[in-house]
Ligand binder design. Structure first.
Ligand code: HEM
Length: 266
């Protein structure tokens, strides 16, 4: 070590901090403070190892494996439909969370318009930009249904469901089904005429199931006629159950695409 370099270290062999920028000094001070209390450096190293492990994609795509320059297919517009589904889901989730501040799933006095219906009327007529919030939620929901369906067609016609992507296809079937349940339960929430009669159709469809029909109607709709129990169930499925389940499944779905790489058109 040259004399000049030796000066950069103190008697313990630690690098002197005189040449560090204020940003670097702050970063190191915070890191050391956290590390003394939470062993944060160990965990950062663990995450780094995990990052490299996860990035060992399998199998490599054809283009990567043979280092082909022709990556034109990456830009096929239909390959963006999965992302489009994800984005519309995010818009629906955020606008839905905001609508939740004003909506109430209550029937109230049976002689009057229900509390649920009135809360939608309030959003549409009195709340600043409420009509816009509700429209964004409805439109993003419908765009999501269309995008998911078209995404499924793209996966089918490019043969991307074949080995080793069968699991993601099955996960996709579950996702499109849950997307429709999202749509149905949301459709009932305004508790207007459209909702009420769509609910009635749901009860009768459940009742038509052989053997388990009555049980299914009780479980899903809280009885054989529509009531407060029905609205409450639709609300909890729509704003509590489905958001957790669908968000988790989309994360796993995209995680699998990340690990496997996108399939090339067959
Ligand atoms: C909430 C619904 C869904 C979301 C958010 C979603 C998201 C995505 C995304 C972002 C990709 C990456 C490739 C691309 O964008 O095309 C993808 C790939 C894939 N998705 Fe979906 N998807 C959904 C529903 C479905 C459905 C309904 C199916 C089929 C039943 C499906 C099957 C697949 C398969 C097999 C792949 C791998 C395709 C390949 O490697 O080229 N997904 N999905």
């Amino acid at each position: 070590m040259s004399l000049e370099k030796k000066d950069d270290y103190d008697h313990k062999g630690w690098m002197k901090t005189k040449d560090l920028t204020p940003v670097e000094t702050t970063f190191l001070t915070v890191l050391i403070w956290l590390d003394k209390r939470l062993r944060i450096v160990d965990y950062l190293e663990l995450m780094e190892t995990l990052y490299y492990r996860v990035n060992l994609q399998m199998p490599k795509s054809h283009t990567e494996q043979y280092n082909l320059d022709n990556k034109f297919w990456y830009w096929y517009p239909l390959y963006t439909l999965g992302l489009f589904s994800t984005l519309s889901y995010i818009v629906a989730a955020v606008s839905g969370a905001l609508l939740g501040f004003y909506y109430s799933p209550a029937q109230g006095n049976p002689e009057e318009a229900t509390v649920a219906y009135n809360s939608i009327a309030f959003i549409m007529q009195d709340l600043q930009f409420g009509f816009m919030l509700r429209s964004i939620h409805r439109w993003s929901a419908q765009v999501m249904v269309a995008a998911v369906f078209l995404h499924m067609l793209r996966v089918y016609f490019t043969g991307s469901y074949k080995e080793p992507r069968e699991l993601n296809w099955i996960l996709g079937i579950i996702l499109i089904s849950l997307t429709m349940v999202f749509g149905y339960t949301g459709y009932l929430l305004p508790w207007d005429q459209l909702a009420f009669w769509a609910g009635q159709i749901g009860v009768e469809m459940s009742l038509s199931i052989p053997l388990a029909g009555e049980w299914a109607a009780q479980l899903l709709f809280g009885g054989f006629t529509l009531s407060q129990a029905t609205l409450q169930r639709m609300y909890i499925i729509h704003v509590f159950l489905l958001p957790f389940v669908v968000t988790t499944l989309i994360a796993i779905h995209i995680g699998i695409v990340w690990v496997q790489g996108i399939a090339e058109p067959h």
